[in-house]
Each structure stands twice: as structure tokens, then as C-alpha cells.
Design a protein. Structure first.
Length: 366
């Protein structure tokens, strides 16, 4: 528990998973408390000023996400609304172009939260994330907790499995094993759920509260949303954000969910700096390791995803590049390619309007 009975002010930042972790933490805490939760993606400093005004005596806790595109922004968030619980979900490549292409500088920006959390508070990080080792947690004057799947930590998920309803896994709490269901797909969402479980456990919530809260959690829109259509066709809508970590996670989900033909439509990733082509090629190489039948690249710089895939051995005749001008051409090609049981992943940043393809397929195969 927090010192002096303080109201928990929980700030979530990181390169991926902020909104999901916020939602999951709030869902569990609502099992017993009245909770202030910031709206999805409302993570600018201007929004934090609004949140600070809206948190009142009726709220037993507050859960907010702190976005960061430039150095100093996290510090500004904390000056507006000082948290006593901090979560850094991971350190990835999102916005790295605003940090001179340096992962160290980007990590330093995220790590401003370490100084921003009150002394005697709590801090949570991902023990499996290699880049999170750059977070200077040794300077934190409070209690540090790690979550993990692949290594030992304070909160570790084991027996991780896909199910029709989401991810199933086991966590040991107070020397007893408990089974959990997170109603979202992907190993990365197990980490997100672990953060929520860890925070709730430290705040005195029971495993039953955690289980119920996770099951009732709202899922962010367009984040690996599954649309089950006619003839067993599945469309995976992941059309809000696009950066390398999220791209790989989405490809993992496509491989796990798809039982027959699998098609990936991957959009360009913004704000990756001077190495943007290289990062796109890396996604192509990763896609080539997956059991995928056809790869579309969509946008402009996304052509490098196809180049990376082909160089890694993916068949050249199974790759097609399209720009937004040729969206309808891609739709016609998809209709000719899709057969019963096909799974289609549509992944890209919202600025590409790739949700239009989701809508088209859902209407055509409704």
C-alpha cells in the first residue's frame, strides 16, 4: 500500500500498451473503488491539466496515461499531476525520430517518470524488455516491481495460451497459483494484464477482484479487434498505431489466430528517424519467419517491408505494394484471394485510414 493512505495517482507511459494498461488497471480497481480514468489516447499535457481539475474527493484512485513525443514532456505531465505510482510498459521505437534516432535518448525521456513519481511511491517495469534496462530505476526512492513472462520477476505469467476469448495464463500471488483471462489477444497483452494485476495486488485487491476486473475490461477500439465474418473469415483490425514492436505483435497474433490462409496488410510506420527504411525492412524479415500466405504493404515507405521480406526468402509473387490511391484495386484483389477460413490482418497508423479496408471487408462478408 501507499504511505500515509495517499490516493493512488497511477501514471502509465511507454512506447506501446499505455491505453490498454490504463484500461486494465482501472477495470480491476473499479471492482471496489470509484476511479477516475482518462479517456483513451487523451495523453497530452493539455489533457493532463484537464484531468488534474476533474479528479475529485469522490475518486478513490486515478489512472491516467502520459504520452511523450519529445524530451521534457513526461516531466511536464508530472509537474501538472504528480503520480505516486508509475508504470513504464516498455521502451520501443515509437517517436524515436524525435530523439535523434537514439534509443538511449528515448529511454531517458520515458525515464523522466522515475523522478516524477513521489518518494515512497511504487514503480513497475517490464523485466523481459531489453530496452527497459536503460531505465535508471536505481535512483527511484520507493518500491520497484517487475513483471515478466520469460524471466523471474515479482509478477510472472506462466502457462500462457491463446483461447477464443483472449489470453489465458497463471500468476502466483502470495504463494498460491491463480488463473487469469485477459480478453485481448497477443503475448504483449499478457504483459499489459500483468501490470494491472501487480498494481492491484500492491493496493490490496484480491485475486477474485483481479479476475473479475480483467474479464469485464473494455478493449480499446481498433487494437487487434477480431471481426468474425461469413464462412469462417476473420478480419483483425489493428488500425490505430504502427511501430515495430506493435507490428511484430500483430503478426504473432495473425499466425496464432489464422487456421487456414493468412493475409497481412501492413502500413507505413511514421516517426522512425533516419533509419526508417531499415526498420521497415526489419519488419519484412520478421514477416518472412511467420506462416503467412500473402503480404500487402500499404502507404509509401512500407515498400521496404516487402523488400525485407523478399530478401529474407518470402516469395516475390506473394508480395504486393499499394498506395492509398490504389486502395480499391487492393480491395478487388482481396476479394479474388480470400476463401473460406481466411484470416486477414490490417495493421497501420490511423493517418493511413486503413480502417476503410476493415469496413469494406466487414460489409462484403457480413
Amino acid at each position: 500500500m501507499l504511505l500515509n493512505g495517499e490516493k493512488p495517482i497511477i501514471a502509465v507511459t511507454g512506447s506501446a500498451g499505455k491505453t490498454t494498461v490504463k484500461n486494465l488497471v482501472a477495470a480491476i480497481l473499479r471492482e471496489k473503488w470509484v476511479v477516475f480514468e482518462s479517456n483513451d489516447y487523451n495523453n497530452t499535457t493539455e489533457k493532463t491539466k484537464e484531468h488534474a481539475q476533474r479528479i475529485s474527493f469522490i475518486h478513490r484512485a486515478a489512472v491516467v496515461e502520459y504520452g511523450m513525443a519529445y524530451p521534457g514532456v513526461i516531466t511536464e505531465h508530472c509537474n501538472i499531476l504528480k503520480p505516486n505510482i508509475g508504470i513504464i510498459t516498455n521502451i520501443g521505437l515509437a517517436h524515436i525520430g524525435n530523439f535523434q534516432g537514439s534509443i538511449e535518448q528515448l529511454a531517458a525521456g520515458k525515464s523522466e517518470l522515475v523522478k516524477g513519481v513521489s518518494e515512497g511511491g511504487m514503480f513497475f517495469i517490464n523485466g523481459d524488455d531489453e530496452n527497459s534496462k536503460l531505465i535508471p530505476v536505481n535512483t527511484f526512492k520507493g518500491r520497484l516491481f517487475k513483471v515478466s513472462i520469460d524471466s523471474n520477476s515479482d509478477y510472472r505469467a506462466t502457462n500462457v495460451k491463446y483461447s477464443e476469448d483472449g489470453m489465458v495464463f497463471t500468476v502466483t500471488l502470495d504463494d498460491k497459483e491463480y488463473s487469469f483471462l485477459c480478453p485481448m489477444l497477443g503475448k504483449h497483452n499478457v504483459y499489459n494484464a500483468l501490470f494491472a494485476i501487480a498494481v492491484a495486488h500492491q493496493l490490496g485487491f484480491s485475486p477474485l477482484d483481479m479476475q473479475k476486473g480483467l474479464r469485464n475490461a473494455k478493449t480499446p477500439e481498433h487494437r487487434l479487434t477480431i471481426h468474425k465474418l461469413t464462412n469462417g473469415i476473420i478480419v483483425i483490425d489493428d488500425t490505430v498505431h504502427a511501430h515495430p514492436t506493435a507490428m511484430k505483435a500483430a503478426l504473432d497474433v495473425l499466425e496464432a489466430v489464422g487456421k487456414k490462409k493468412k493475409i497481412a496488410i501492413l502500413g507505413s510506420m511514421p516517426e522512425l528517424g533516419d533509419r526508417i527504411n531499415e526498420y521497415h525492412e526489419e519488419i519484412g524479415r520478421y514477416a518472412a519467419t511467420k506462416d503467412i500466405d500473402f503480404l500487402y504493404t500499404y502507404g509509401n515507405v512500407s515498400v521496404n517491408i516487402g523488400i525485407g521480406a523478399i530478401c529474407a526468402g518470402f516469395p516475390i509473387n506473394k508480395v504486393s505494394h499499394k498506395t492509398p490511391l490504389y486502395r480499391k484495386v487492393m480491395h478487388r484483389e482481396l476479394i479474388n484471394m480470400i476463401e473460406p477460413g481466411t484470416a486477414i490482418l490490417i495493421k497501420g497508423a490511423s493517418r493511413l485510414d486503413m480502417y476503410e479496408t476493415v469496413l469494406f471487408l466487414c460489409d462484403y462478408y457480413k
